[in-house]
Design a protein around this ligand. Structure first.
Ligand code: 26V
Length: 832
């Protein structure tokens, strides 16, 4: 539910005289309220006003759409299909209005009607169809593709419930369903005429018919994939692209009346299957049923999308399938949509009549794959028996892909069974999805320089050695339209006033801001905006957490998924250590500059330890925030239900951005870029895109600490317990903080609640302690934090550094990322 559901219309305060165009827009909005809801303005609820506004925006997009559609067709443009299980779009009203360049108009008209655009926009539920970085990246990409006039479609599932809504109850995360569709979705258009059938399970019989193998299904289950299209406009651009959301339902070509009992039961089964398939994002996969559901979701998305892609191609280009790689490119966003590869083989062979070699030659020139994580638990593998049960025909194809791959590997590495197994698509009774991508895609990429090096040197090394050319390093980016123009309009205006407006589309131009970094007048304006954003966040915290925070304190923020490798744990241990020192060392206390530590994080529902870390953060917050001896010098705040919209409020108010993952583990990070763009200083390890942030901004403007990726790897290979033992015995403040986890001082009297956290740091899960180097990096982290506190007090210097961060963040625009993908992989042409 949107956070400010209770928002009432604000009084008619800031009305200005409307222009003729604005009067026309006002009439449109009033007309929509009447026609859509049968209400006059006086009776309309703010929700109705929101929907009316959204519909006027949609009308404008639809007009552009028809034209853009015609043009793409006439130009015969190559198209990108970006397949992703996650699209974390957030709210669309303000970004669409911004992209249509009509923010002022809507603001004026709504003010005239007695509302504020920002209040109305808050009523939209976030489209939270994603979990983390990979999903938000997909959303940034589609904005950049559209802004750059490149023809592209995002494809995903229209989950009835997106990622769970997080509610903190007594410090613990609880998960509630995300009801994002409760008021409908004003942006989508259903396309029942384009629905397709997707077939699961059953048995497959092979028959020779007219000299050709035909595959027939028995006892299969069929669901209908219903598409919903969300048209998307770019910033000041011509093309209209779309996000296609597939929803599962039951086929309608069945005659309910004549159903006998068996058929009826089967239909009810299909109905329940359909409901589950587009029910929720990431069902719990700790059970077999959960795993099966995920696999069905994967096949559902790719089968529906591929049928649509081939139909579109055929309508435009006829059935010369060899032209497919010239006309389309399909991007696989992490391994979740990998079944698209065998599904295309199936469609080309079984439905279009191509032979294996012909089909394989096409398929291996159409798909590109991005890896987004090196964490082994996220590298998908499916049990062969389950796979065969859910998608029997696809399994036959995967088996054949593997058989041919093994023949090739035997030719290259004769007798090297170990290597064959490691590279196999099917091994140890499992289907290895990353290897299926590596065996089939014409391009493979990592999402930062360091991450790509790790793919090449380590996890995908054997495939890299065989064909180096197809590996690319493409550093992630963020769309500046959402992550500064939309969420930080005052800073955007200030930048415009200095360097003109072009930088929102031509991000390298931001560097021109560097020459104002020392300018006192500019510094003051820059800092005033940060302060205003901090005051607004403090008000949000007061309203939602009931905690008073001091806007003059350092806002130190760590907002991201909760995972041990991201090391929220190190941050908390450091807070405990600071707290202890304030209590025990009066000169430290007197000189301590006030800090507000802000966290936001969702933990995967089955990740018990991550959820325990959330409880720890909240418990530490309770202790410190309520300890009068601390005199409000430290405040700890956990912001509930972190997602795109709340991120927009937090990031613009941050002074310090925590990017402290264990080096080598964070593929890129994109939050880091959002903070940098909005003038926060990073405290971070040499991990993911932090490495490139350092390159851009220079070492004087970023706080780097900790072990490097190769040092971490060396420790994970060889080191024993000695290092950890030494740290434990010599670093007293760390030891004291660790002991507090188990001595009952954090949740008074409870000595067991955080024992697992203590245990894993000091002794490890398999006898190997401190897997994520929390203890090894602690000392340097603490010293770096001390330096930050000192530097922050030199206001002019700090603001200069903050400005330099904004100025040097141009490289991290997703427009640059998309340009890289396009030059290296996709080769699309902008529409004329
Ligand atoms: C993790 C989980 C855990 C909970 C259950 C569902 C689920 C599904 C997928 C994953 C893998 C996470 C993939 C991901 O989001 N990776 C992030 O991708 C970003 C964009 O490239 C990158 O900046 C981040 O470093 C990387 O963690």
């Amino acid at each position: 539910m949107a956070e400010t559901k209770t928002t009432k219309a604000t009084a008619k305060t800031s009305a200005v005289k409307l222009t003729a165009a604005e009067e026309a827009l006002k009439k449109e909005i009033v007309g929509k309220v009447g026609r859509h809801f049968g209400k006059v303005m006086e009776e309309a609820t703010p929700h109705m006003i929101y929907t009316a506004c959204a519909l006027t925006v949609r009308d404008q997009i639809m007009e552009k759409w028809a034209k853009s559609h015609r043009q793409v067709k006439e130009e015969g443009s190559k198209k990108l299909y970006y397949l992703s299980f996650e699209f974390l779009m957030g709210r669309l009203l303000c970004t669409n209005i911004l992209n249509l360049m009509q923010t002022d108009e809507y603001q004026h008209v709504l003010a005239d009607l007695g509302y504020s655009l920002s209040d109305i926009a808050e009523l939209e539920n976030d489209a939270g169809l994603g979990n983390g970085g990979l999903g938000r990246l997909a959303a940034c990409f589609i904005d950049s593709l559209t802004t750059m006039d490149l023809p592209a479609y995002g494809c995903t599932i229209r989950y009835e419930h997106g990622l769970f809504r997080q509610k903190i109850v007594e410090g613990y995360q609880t998960e509630l369903p995300d009801e994002w569709l409760e008021h409908g979705n004003a942006w989508e258009i259903s396309r029942p005429e384009e629905a397709v059938k997707v077939v699961f399970g059953g048995q497959v019989d092979c028959e020779w018919v007219d000299g050709r193998m035909v595959y027939k299904y028995r006892n299969e289950n069929t669901v209908l994939a219903m598409p919903y299209d969300v048209p998307l406009v770019g910033y000041d651009s011509k093309i209209v692209n779309k996000l296609r959301l597939w929803s599962a339902t039951i086929p309608t070509d069945v005659d309910m009346i004549s159903y006998d009992r068996g058929t009826f039961d089967k239909m009810m089964e299909a109905k329940s299957l359909a409901k589950q398939i587009s029910g929720i994002l990431y069902p719990d996969d700790t059970t077999d049923d959960g795993k099966k559901l995920r696999l069905r979701q994967q096949y559902f998305l790719v089968s529906a999308t591929l049928q649509w892609i081939l139909k579109e191609f055929e309508e435009r280009n006829g059935s010369d399938w060899s032209k497919l790689p010239d006309k389309i490119v399909i991007h696989i966003n992490d391994t979740h949509p990998t079944l698209a590869i065998p599904e295309m083989m199936r469609l080309l062979m079984d439905e279009k009549g191509l032979g294996w070699d012909e089909a394989w030659n096409i398929v291996t020139h159409v798909f590109a794959y991005t890896n987004h994580t090196v964490m082994s638990e996220a590298l998908e593998k499916w049990n062969v028996h389950m796979f065969r049960e859910i998608v029997p025909r696809i399994y036959m194809i995967v088996e054949e892909i593997n058989r041919r791959l093994m023949e090739q590997l035997e030719a290259v590495y004769p007798g090297d069974k170990g290597k064959h197994q490691w590279m196999a698509v099917i091994a140890n009774d499992q289907v290895n999805m990353a290897n299926l991508c590596l065996a089939s895609c014409f391009a493979v990429n990592g999402v930062s320089k360091l991450h790509t090096e790790i793919l090449k040197d380590d996890i995908f090394r054997d495939y890299y050695v065989l064909d180096k050319e197809r590996f690319h390093a493409i550093t992630n980016g963020i769309t500046f339209r959402r992550w500064i123009a939309n969420c930080n309009p005052e800073l955007t205006e200030l930048i415009d006033s200095k360097i003109g407006k072009g930088w929102l589309k031509n991000s390298e131009k931001l560097a021109e801001l560097a020459k104002f970094a020392k300018d006192k007048d500019f510094q003051k304006k820059f800092d005033d905006i940060k302060k205003k954003n901090k005051v607004a966040l403090a008000a949000y915290i007061k309203e939602h957490n009931g905690i008073d925070v001091n806007p003059d304190s350092i806002f130190d923020v760590q907002c991201k998924r909760l995972h041990e490798y991201k090391r929220q744990m190190m941050n908390v241990l450091h807070i405990i250590a600071e707290y202890n020192r304030i209590l025990s060392d009066s000169s430290y206390a007197d000189n301590y500059y006030p800090k507000t530590y802000i966290f936001g994080a969702k933990a995967a529902p089955g990740y018990v330890r991550a959820k325990n870390i959330i409880k720890l953060i909240n418990s530490v917050a309770d202790i410190i925030n309520n300890d009068a001896r601390i005199k409000d010098k430290i405040k700890v705040v956990f912001i509930e239900n972190y997602g795109v919209s709340i991120a927009e409020k937090i990031i613009i108010a941050a002074d310090v951005s925590e990017q402290i993952s264990t080096a080598g583990k964070e593929a890129s990070g994109t939050g880091n870029m959002k903070f940098m763009l909005n003038g926060a200083l990073t405290i971070g390890t040499l991990d993911g895109a932090n490495v490139e942030m350092l390159e851009q901004v220079g070492e004087d403007n970023i706080y780097i600490f900790g072990l490097k990726a190769d040092e971490v790897a060396a420790r994970l290979k060889y080191a024993g317990n000695d290092e950890v033992k030494t740290i434990y015995s010599t670093n007293t403040s760390l030891r004291h903080a660790l002991e507090m986890l188990i001595d009952g001082s954090i949740v008074p009297g409870n000595t067991s609640i955080f024992r697992d956290l203590y245990q894993t740091l000091l002794f490890g899960d398999y006898g190997y302690p401190d897997t994520y180097m929390v203890l090894r990096d602690f000392e340097e982290y603490m010293k770096t934090q001390e330096k930050i506190s000192a530097d922050y007090q030199n206001r002019s210097k700090w603001i200069e550094m903050a400005i330099m961060n904004t100025a040097m963040s141009g490289f991290f625009s997703s427009d640059r990322t998309i340009d890289d993908y396009n030059k290296k992989i996709w080769h699309l042409t902008p529409i004329k």
